[in-house]
Design a protein. Structure first.
Length: 148
């Protein structure tokens, strides 16, 4: 199947994708702030550079885009039909890096929340309420996914 978009246009489109301050991340930030939580952004001193860090609660929050982090079984994730090998390896490397960061944070006694983009798209209020409940709890890990 031929590429529908020429390589220059594709390159420009891909270079415009942000790694921080994404829509899911901004939604989480505004929801947590409205709920009274205070946080730091992109803590470079922590493994994996979490999107949000709540030091008072010792919680690190990752906002994962379903495509970039390889959310298996999600409607927002599929490997592109062009350069399949490249994308498969890139997304697998992202997933490996995510797992290593989570393990390192657990070793440092941080609690981790992973919020998937699909959960925020499907039910943002419920997702934010679940995240707030986790922060106030004593659980060490939560992964918030789309509802089935």
């Amino acid at each position: 199947m031929p590429e529908k978009i020429n390589p220059e246009t594709r390159s420009r489109m891909m270079s415009g994708i942000r790694g921080s301050n994404t829509k899911p991340e901004l939604l989480i930030r505004s929801g947590l702030h409205a709920a009274g939580f205070r946080f730091r952004l992109h803590a470079r001193a922590l493994p994996g550079r979490p999107d949000l860090v709540l030091p008072r609660w010792r919680v690190a929050v990752f906002a994962h885009g379903c495509f970039w982090h390889g959310h298996k079984g999600c409607g927002y994730f599929r490997i592109p039909k062009t350069r399949t090998e490249f994308w498969t390896e890139k997304i697998a490397a992202n997933a490996r890096r995510d797992e290593m960061a989570i393990q390192a944070l657990h070793a440092l006694k941080w609690r981790i929340a992973v919020v998937w983009e699909c959960a925020l798209r499907q039910a943002p209020e419920q997702t934010l309420a679940e995240l707030a409940g986790f922060i106030r709890s004593d659980r060490s890990y939560i992964e918030i996914r789309e509802l089935k």
